[in-house]
Design a protein around this ligand. Structure first.
Ligand code: PEP
Ligand code: MG
Length: 591
């Protein structure tokens, strides 16, 4: 029965791909199905990365010498990670580099060192003791079944293996730097180290058995512009190196042994896509104005000032979402008010007067900050998260607001936005706090908006709009709360579709509620960066779309080719659809 259901789901997915203008083979062809993680179509040959399964011999040495060698290996690894972080920052940006800065932090964990020392004291060899220590600790983290801790376990194994290679070069991993051109890399999982070391000129795509669409693999693949499919499960098991394949990062499939005619049609599709990208790139500096003159504002979702130049180059007209929790996530203490003010001012300066929406801390849920020592919750997504945490932790809220108002005092176009607001009471309390701080600092008035990302806020949009200057809809969370699907669950990723009509109806209610008080509405969730999604949102009356910079050119192009009445008609039809597949099918005939 399960197999049948899987087959039916695969068939449904294929229909959706066809409807969205994606590539499909002409006849019956064999495919491994996974979760789309980074878009693009590429032809190549499979290279199967073997799982580690390393045997570490236990070769006892004298304790003092072991301690010295471990000390040296740890120092060498730390140095290597800092170099790797600097290199990654230059090539990919500071947010990808942060992965390695965090890994360097793991090396200093006293529990890990104590564990290794205990095995050494018992008379075991250095490589053996170190391997055992990090594997035990990683296994303990994985067993907690928390996705954030599971990711930390993967980082710990990654960094643990680096140290191992410094202890004894026999345990160095085979390098991924000499892959043949056109490699489709297939692995159980790809560690951040492996992903950052990939040569994007030789690798055509990535397929992993594990991982979800928000894993490190997915993020790095998107940054590198490589198609990626994750969570393909047992499907990757029998795959042989050398097999020719077509990877479809948008549909989430790896097509095996394609026929000549399918290879030819895939090549045509890739060429057409490249031409479309080139056209979009030329027009990306132009505004997203429909043919009949209706303009949609386009923002970027970026967190650091150094990403602003790239975002503006892609055609961003400002920043619609600066996620400030990232200032807290990769370090072992909280940034001070002055440090925060510097981060916000730097972003405002980099935008040269363009609008900047700073989102107050959204901690909790999937964004856990270890050094805050927050109580463990059974269901963190339903717990003290976002605005709920800010209202309970003045020590976090007040310095952040002071920093924002101080940054706003220098004449920039800053707005503040609060995450996870579920009630009018929360909004009023946050507003009062803002006003008190503003007066204390004699700072200018800044627009105060909220994220609409829980169904209660969408349903009571008109009541909230009375007290909020603008709304930005967080479709990532709105989808998970409307459909009761954990946004990090890879098994349900395909069903967590933000174009589900239930989500669209909540967006429709939000826009109508905002209209009652003349407030503007934006969308900063992932669907804003999907050209069809963007068209639908514009049709629903959304005035601003904010997205990953790389998505901007295609979205602008899509909107520039549309007419507003046609988009509105599309939105009306989508609202009446019975399910997400029916909405996606509208893409085939959409204006
Ligand atoms: C969202 O929920 O859609 C959103 C933009 O916020 P985040 O992904 O940071 O939760
Ligand atoms: Mg959110």
């Amino acid at each position: 029965a399960r197999e049948k259901a899987d087959a039916a789901r695969a068939e449904e997915k294929r229909r959706a791909t066809a409807a969205a203008g994606g590539w499909l083979p002409s006849g019956a062809a064999q495919a491994v199905e996974g979760v789309p993680a980074a878009p693009g179509l590429a032809i190549g040959r499979i290279v199967r990365m073997q799982p580690e399964g390393m045997e570490i011999p236990d070769e006892p040495i004298e304790l003092g010498r072991a301690a010295d060698l471990l000390h040296v290996a740890l120092a060498q690894t730390a140095e290597q990670l800092h170099a790797l972080a600097d290199d990654t920052a230059r090539r990919l940006g500071e947010s990808d580099a942060a992965i390695f800065r965090a890994q360097a932090g793991l090396l200093a964990d006293p529990d890990l060192i104590t564990l290794a020392s205990q095995w050494l004291v018992e008379g075991h060899g250095l490589a053996w003791a170190w391997h055992r220590a990090y594997e035990d600790m990683a296994a303990r983290l994985s067993a907690l079944r928390n996705p954030v801790l599971a990711a930390r376990a993967a980082d710990l194994r990654d960094v643990g293996r680096r140290v191992l290679a410094h202890i004894d070069a026999r345990f160095a991993r085979s390098s991924l730097s000499d892959l043949p051109e056109g490699t489709i890399l297939v692995a159980d999982d790809i560690s951040p180290s492996d992903a950052a070391g990939l040569d994007a000129d030789r690798v055509a795509g990535l397929v992993t058995a594990l991982g979800g669409p928000t894993s490190h693999t997915a993020i790095l693949a998107r940054t590198l512009g490589l198609p990626a499919v994750v969570g393909a499960g047992a499907g990757v098991e029998g795959l042989q190196s050398g097999t020719r394949a077509i990877i479809d990062g948008h549909g989430g499939r790896l097509w095996l042994d394609p026929a000549e005619e399918d290879l030819a049609s895939a090549r045509d599709w890739i060429a057409a896509e490249e031409a479309r990208r080139a056209r979009a790139a030329e027009a990306r500096a132009l505004p997203a104005t429909t043919r009949d003159g209706h303009r949609i504002d386009i923002g970027a979702n970026i967190n650091l000032a150094e990403q602003a130049a790239f975002a503006l180059d892609q055609g961003a007209e400002g920043v619609g979402l600066m996620r400030t929790e990232f200032l807290f996530l990769e370090r072992s203490d909280s940034p001070t008010e002055d440090e925060q003010m510097e981060a916000y001012s730097a972003m405002a300066r980099a935008l040269e007067g363009r609008p900047l929406v700073i989102r107050a801390l959204d901690i909790g849920g999937d964004k856990q900050v270890a050094h805050l020592d927050l109580p463990r919750e059974e269901n963190p997504f339903l717990g003290v998260r976002g605005a709920r945490l800010l209202l309970r932790r003045r020590d976090l809220l007040l310095p952040q607001l002071r920093a924002i108002y101080r940054a706003a005092a220098s004449g920039s176009q800053i707005s503040v936005m609060f995450p996870m607001v579920t009630s009018r009471g929360e909004l009023l309390e946050l507003r009062e706090t803002c006003e008190r701080i503003r007066q204390e600092l004699a700072a200018p008035v800044v627009p105060l908006g909220i994220m609409v990302e829980v169904p209660s806020a969408a349903l009571l949009a008109a009541e909230l709009a009375a007290h909020a200057d603008f709304f930005s809809i967080g479709t990532n969370d709105l989808t998970q709360y409307a459909l009761a699907i954990d946004r990090q669950n890879p098994q349900l990723a395909a069903e967590a579709d933000s174009l589900h009509p239930a989500v669209l109806r909540l967006i429709d209610l939000t826009v109508k509620g905002a209209e009652v008080h003349g407030r503007w509405v934006g969308v900063c969730g992932g669907i804003a960066g999907d050209p069809f999604g963007a068209a639908l949102l514009a049709g629903l009356g959304v005035q601003e779309l904010s997205m990953t910079p790389r998505d901007i050119p295609a979205v602008k192009e899509r909107l520039r080719q549309s007419d507003r009445p046609a988009l509105q008609a599309l939105a009306r039809r989508a609202l009446a659809c019975p399910d997400a597949e029916a909405v996606r099918a509208l893409a085939a005939e959409a204006p």
